[in-house]
Design a protein around this ligand. Structure first.
Ligand code: FAD
Length: 432
């Protein structure tokens, strides 16, 4: 017989999203809250991020990843959240049964009033890019190297090229330089950097590390170990331009070419996945398409800032606690928010409306919030809600870039204006 544990809320993943969700669930009346984490400790990816820059919005302080995580771990433990580390969740069922395994307890079944999915994301590998060349040692993903250098104490190499200028790649360029490696260049296929401007300045410019935009790696060479890579310029269609090849001697290639929300459990469960984000479609309560199953953080969409992940966790956790207590509220209706012209994606994709037009409120703010990314770089952008040919301006941005997520609180009066619709488009226009 598989041992069975009853919980009000089970949270899968003990990163910042899962921790915030567990704390919020407990603070909103869930007695038995359990975090299941496959790693040896709680904190998620933050434990390997020893640079500062975490919590600027939530704590108005520059914290390292472990410092930020420890505040939440302490809070969770103090208020009686339970956790099991070294515990891998193998499956979740629609009836909110969770099956998990660890070396001490073996297989355990958790029966939950509500479940929060907070599994984070994982990195794209060389296989996903299909870079031609030999298959030597010395090719790593940037997050793996971050774990080696910051947690396990290993150096991956000495002469390093980084492909991808997202935040992870740029932070690792600085980190490896500080550890004594020579970072020869950061290569970026798009004409703009993939990460935050503050990281371009603090991680590359301050250390004299070249950033080559509109370039990509077109060949890897080496027998046992990487000996060189070839880079080429790309055209407007991101295709390598023949004749622009340049060879860079190096012993290591770091790939920092994107993160993919970790959703094997969600897919198996039959949750609706948004092909634009790679994560579950959620409501403003962070409820997925399956009742009583909530999701938050990087499992839903890849966030730039941990503060946003924490905010989503708080919404998911408090909604899960309310669901575990009361079940779904009757008479609710969903308004779809569809990404339109100029918008790459928007989360949440649905807003819950109750009682004929009054928008459902989440958190303390009294308003629903949208997180969106634009489809291309824009100067002076206007974000609109478009319903039945009517365009309602909701925000203006002096500059908008796909790499910087836009946080858009929706005022209750605005929600009331669109509350009778079934769906509205979110658009972004440049130069207005
Ligand atoms: C290299 C790097 C640098 C960053 N720098 C900054 C920064 O300077 N400032 C900032 O604000 N943000 C930064 N971020 C972003 C921030 O760290 C992430 O947004 C945040 O950690 C995401 O939180 P999460 O809880 O969704 O996911 P994670 O932190 O990834 O946590 C998910 C957890 O779920 C667990 N899990 C997954 N599947 C299972 C399963 N089946 N069973 C049990 N457990 C499971 C994982 O082990 C993991 O611990 C950075 C991110 C990275 C990768």
């Amino acid at each position: 017989m598989i041992p069975t544990i009853h919980s009000d809320v089970v949270v899968i993943g003990g990163g910042p999203a899962g921790l915030a969700a567990a704390i919020a669930a407990k603070e909103n009346g869930a007695d038995r809250v359990m975090i299941l984490e496959r790693d040896r400790e709680l904190g998620g990816i933050l434990q390997q991020c020893i640079h500062t820059g975490f919590g600027l919005q939530i704590f108005k302080e520059e914290l390292t990843g472990p410092e930020y995580a420890s505040r939440f771990i302490e809070r969770a433990m103090n208020i009686g959240v339970q956790s099991r580390t070294n515990t891998m969740v193998l499956g979740v069922r629609k009836d909110r049964t969770v099956l998990a395994v660890n070396p001490g307890d073996g297989l355990v079944r958790y029966i939950a009033g509500a479940v929060v999915l907070a599994m984070g994301c994982r990195e794209r590998t060389r296989g996903a890019l299909a870079i031609p060349g030999t298959r030597p040692a010395g090719i790593f993903t940037a997050g793996t190297v971050q774990r080696y250098v910051n947690m396990e104490g290993y150096m991956p190499g000495r002469k390093i090229v980084i492909l991808g200028s997202g935040d992870v790649g740029m932070i690792m360029a600085r980190r490896l330089t500080l550890e004594g490696a020579e970072v020869k260049a950061v290569i970026e296929i798009y004409p703009y950097p993939g990460g935050l401007t503050r990281n371009v300045v603090q991680c590359l410019e301050d250390f004299g590390i070249p950033l080559l935009l509109s370039h990509t790696v077109t060949k890897i060479e080496g027998r046992e170990r990487v000996s060189s890579i070839t880079i080429s310029r790309v055209d407007d269609d991101l295709k390598p331009v023949p004749g622009t090849e340049e060879v860079i001697e190096c012993d290591t290639l770091l790939l920092s070419v994107g993160l993919i929300p970790e959703n094997e459990l969600s897919r198996e469960l039959g949750i609706e996945i948004d092909p634009r984000t790679g994560g579950p479609v959620v409501t403003n309560e962070m409820e997925t398409s399956i009742e009583g199953i909530f999701a938050c953080g990087n499992a839903v969409h890849v966030n730039d800032l941990v503060d946003n992940v924490t905010r989503e966790g708080i919404v998911a956790g408090s909604s899960a606690a309310i669901y575990a207590r009361k079940g779904a509220s009757a008479g609710r209706r969903l308004l779809q928010i569809v990404p339109g012209e100029g918008v790459r994606y928007v989360v949440p994709q649905r807003i819950t409306l109750i009682h004929d037009g009054d928008a459902a409120m989440t958190g303390d703010s009294g308003a629903a919030r949208l997180s969106l990314r634009v489809a291309r770089s824009m100067i002076s952008a206007r974000i609109n809600l478009v319903s039945q040919g009517r365009s309602i301006p909701v925000a203006r941005k002096r500059r908008a870039r796909p790499s910087e997520m836009i946080d858009l609180p929706l005022r209750p009066d605005l929600l009331r204006e669109i509350a009778t619709e079934k769906s509205v488009f979110l658009t972004a226009e440049e130069g207005v």
